[in-house]
Design a protein around this ligand. Structure first.
Ligand code: MG
Ligand code: MG
Length: 256
């Protein structure tokens, strides 16, 4: 799927369908969140999410996503220095890990895309602060998703906040328009220039997803050709919601 696919404005009916896709996606993520504990494998978490999605008539949209080889799972599960796109496996969660879970659900023709990062048992103060900063960056970005603003206003608000906290945003992976396809236009990086980019208008739907690193902004890809890690091995976090621009306040489509 192309990343420069055109921007598609959604009408009220389409937004209502996206809300339902987002709700099911949130249900899958909530189910996984409940299961997170030391000793559970990432494949077990993946199976639980797939079960919830299929039982409710949805399709896990990440599965088969084109890359070096088709993505093999429902979730991406990324631990510690893994930023995004970690592949579920027999690997077990351990006390003190931070785990990022990203999920995409197709329901009645529309996609919901959302992610969160959380701690496994007790985590370090540094890790806890990283999670707070990344989640806060998401909500700071969402607040800018208003009619008349531009995507650069959203991107720069995220960047300025994260960097003010002494942390870094990735330059290589971005938020994106979402709708009938998981990736539509526009791209919404986590850095940018105020006043630049696409002007936001009601019906624009964007998966906003700050990806934050403690050490540097640089990443590399592991030999599995999917898992993205911080280049310096430092901790990373990722939060995401699918959000619609409206005549009034931004509307989060991926809430329970
Ligand atoms: Mg996602
Ligand atoms: Mg996304």
């Amino acid at each position: 799927m192309s990343w420069d696919r055109g921007v598609v404005i959604k009408n009220e009916t389409e937004l209502a369908l996206m809300r339902e896709a987002g709700r099911l996606n949130a249900l899958a993520l909530a189910t996984v969140r409940e299961l997170i504990r030391p000793g559970i494998s990432t494949a077990e978490l993946d199976a639980a999410a797939e079960n919830v999605i299929r039982k409710n008539g949805g399709i896990p949209i990440f599965k088969g996503y084109p890359g070096a080889y088709p993505y093999p799972a429902t979730l991406t599960i990324s631990l510690n220095e893994e930023l995004v796109h970690g592949i579920p496996s027999k690997r077990k969660l351990r006390e003190g890990d931070i785990v990022s879970i990203d999920c995409g659900t197709l329901l009645d023709g529309f996609v919901g895309d959302s992610a969160f990062t959380t701690g496994v048992g007790k985590i370090s103060e540094e890790a806890a602060r990283l999670l707070e900063v990344t989640e806060q960056a998401l909500y700071i970005g969402i607040e800018k998703m208003r009619k008349g603003n531009r995507t650069g206003d959203v991107s720069s608000a995220i960047q300025i906040f994260v960097e003010s906290q002494g942390m870094f945003v990735t330059r290589e992976y971005t938020g994106h328009g979402v709708g009938r396809n998981m990736h539509e236009g526009p791209q919404v990086p986590n850095y940018g220039t105020p006043g630049r980019g696409l002007e936001l208008r009601p019906g624009v739907t964007i998966a906003l997803e700050p990806m934050v690193l403690i050490g540097t902004s640089l990443t590399s890809v592991k030999p599995d050709q999917w898992t993205v890690v911080s280049a310096d091995g430092s901790l990373t976090a990722h939060f995401e919601h699918t959000v619609a621009v409206t005549e009034g306040d931004p509307m989060i489509l991926t809430l329970p």
